[in-house]
Design a protein around this ligand. Structure first.
Ligand SMILES: NC(=O)c1ccc[n+]([C@@H]2O[C@H](COP(=O)([O-])OP(=O)(O)OC[C@H]3O[C@@H](n4cnc5c(N)ncnc54)[C@H](O)[C@@H]3O)[C@@H](O)[C@H]2O)c1
Length: 519
């Protein structure tokens, strides 16, 4: 059971309902006002008088922090203004939040006999209730679950609230959370999630907002109609499929389309597609109107295990790959493994390169065992990415390890005029990184052979074909990590032991590339 928070305006029945629910479920109920009173040693009116509303709100945040840190389920009735601050909304994102509502008259009727409501110590309390309700409407309406208490007794509402709590939990049971410097976001793994998208979005706070489904033309053909038909207030924006369209010209076209559709800052962009769609629409979400909310719905294996998690978005420019970009954390990632059924085999294979990479970085041998069920490896691979980006969200340290094989891969993509699939390039890039690590005396021959064997058994390319090593070396010079003119490679000292080496001699790199060339 997760936590249940009953919020809403004063007089909507939060405390009474929390107590009744506690009796019905046997789960402890707490009230934030009571906890604050106990912590400060004053009544709520005294706290308002002494510290003002701002002081009271600071105590609310502190108490909410304590509540959310407790592992046990809890029923919490929260003061009416609990979610006025975005920080508190972030803190409570893992809980089921139900907003109780009532008409201003009913609220007035319920409160007129009480004297402990400092906000209502005014000449015309009913007018003040109406004013405050109007002011707080934007905050209250963002909660998916709303229960109008005007016409019902608390006893009548208990089963309704229990049913909502249960449904909310069902929808969240397949989630893991990624903690970021700005808060956190959930990753939902759920077969068939694409069929219940509106409900999933509602529960996660996108209720009633304008939705833009960004995708590419191939994914649009497969899923566009299905997704759009079940969403309220949504429009489809498509880009052509393929890496060669991950560029500023596409971004510009998308900006124009969003402006035409009248997307404002409350809008949400959903990136439905592979890494190209996620990177491109993510960059748009980071920059359009200085940023709008963003949901990743990856549809390739590569995007599921890698590009949809971690917040790196961006596009290619003629000078190099991913040279223009931003950090834009998604607000939610929805992974529906069922969509992989339509993925062409070669795209699936390409995604395996990142799965294997995550195994080589973390030492999790399940990721190198191709006999295990795909879903086991999928979840394990996503977890590796989560662990790394949580420890190093802005790539100031170990996150750079995720580029294992990528210095080679990006250069191969570029040298092939982006005719190579990214994942395929990463596959042979992993072999190149293993051979380089071995050539530098860092990796044992057994581990090198193991890496080459896994890459080959996964069906990934094991040679660079007829590409010229010198052309690849030249393309490496445009890599972001080579800004200071020094070569820069992620190497392995063993399985699960990545490291960075700089200033590798050109001849060593060329030798490795020569060994990977078709005769
Ligand atoms: N941002 C990051 O952290 C990060 C990490 C890794 C890779 N990337 C980027 O990801 C991109 C590669 O992603 P990708 O391999 O997903 O390529 P992609 O997005 O081009 O998708 C590959 C192809 O599969 C099609 N497709 C997508 N989903 C499908 C489905 N379910 N069924 C049928 N067809 C489907 C697409 O239309 C496309 O033609 C590269 O640009 C790479 O730089 C980014």
């Amino acid at each position: 059971m997760n936590k249940l928070i009953l919020t809403g305006f004063m007089g909507t029945g939060k405390t009474t309902l929390a107590q009744l629910l506690s009796i019905a479920t046997g789960i402890q109920a707490v009230d934030t006002d009571v906890l604050i009173s106990q912590a400060v040693g004053m009544t709520i009116p005294e706290i308002f008088e002494r510290f003002g509303e701002a002081g009271f709100r600071a105590w609310e945040t502190a108490i909410l922090q304590q509540i959310m840190a407790k592992p046990d389920p809890l029923i919490v009735s929260g003061g009416g203004g609990l979610f006025l601050h975005a920080d508190n909304r972030k803190l409570a994102a893992g809980a089921t939040i139900i907003c109780l509502t009532a008409s201003p008259e009913a609220i007035f009727d319920r409160l007129k006999a009480t004297s402990d409501r400092p906000l209502l110590h005014v000449e015309d309390p009913l007018a003040e209730i109406k004013r405050l309700l109007l002011e707080r409407k934007p905050i209250y309406r963002q909660f998916r679950w709303q229960v109008d208490t005007t016409q019902h007794t608390p006893e009548e509402l208990v089963p309704q609230i229990q049913a909502i709590w249960q449904r909310d939990q069902q929808l969240r049971q397949h989630e893991v959370c990624v903690v970021t410097p700005e808060g956190f976001y959930p990753i939902l793994f759920q077969r068939g999630a694409l069929r219940t998208l509106q409900e999933i979005l509602d529960v996660h706070g996108f209720w009633g907002h304008r939705l833009i489904v960004g995708t590419d033309d191939r994914v649009a053909d497969l899923y566009g109609e299905r997704v759009l038909s079940q969403l309220e207030n949504a429009a489809l924006v498509t880009m052509p499929s393929g890496e060669s369209y991950k560029n500023l010209s596409t971004v510009n076209t998308i900006y124009e389309e969003l402006a035409r559709l009248g997307l404002d800052r409350n809008g949400v962009i959903l990136a439905l597609g592979g890494g190209v769609v996620g990177d491109t629409f993510g960059y748009v979400a980071a920059t359009y109107l200085r940023g709008v909310r963003f949901v990743q719905i990856p549809t390739t294996l590569l995007a599921m295990v890698d590009s949809s998690v971690g917040g790196k978005v961006g596009v290619d420019v003629p000078m190099g790959k991913n040279l223009i970009g931003a950090f834009k954390q998604p607000n939610l990632v929805i992974i529906d493994p069922d969509v992989l059924n339509s993925l062409p085999a070669e795209e699936h294979t390409a995604g395996m390169a990142e799965v294997i990479k995550h195994g080589l970085l973390s030492g999790d041998r399940r990721l190198l065992d191709l006999t295990l069920p795909m879903e086991t490896r999928l979840r394990a691979a996503v977890q590796v990415k989560i662990d790394i980006v949580q420890r190093d969200p802005y790539e100031q340290g170990e996150r750079a390890y995720l580029n294992l094989g990528h210095t080679f891969a990006h250069a191969i993509e570029r040298a092939s005029m982006y005719q190579w699939r990214h994942g395929d390039a990463v596959g042979v890039g992993l072999i190149a990184a293993a051979r380089l690590s071995h050539a530098l005396g860092l990796l044992s021959d057994d581990d090198r052979a193991l890496i080459e064997d896994v890459v080959s058994r996964a069906g990934l390319p094991t040679s660079i074909g007829y590409l010229y090593p010198q052309v690849i070396w030249d393309a490496m010079g445009t890599d972001k990590k080579w800004r200071d003119g020094q070569s820069h490679f992620i190497v392995l000292k063993g399985i699960g032991q990545p490291s960075i080496v700089k200033n590798v001699p050109r001849d060593t790199v060329i030798m490795v590339l020569e060994s990977l060339r078709n005769e």
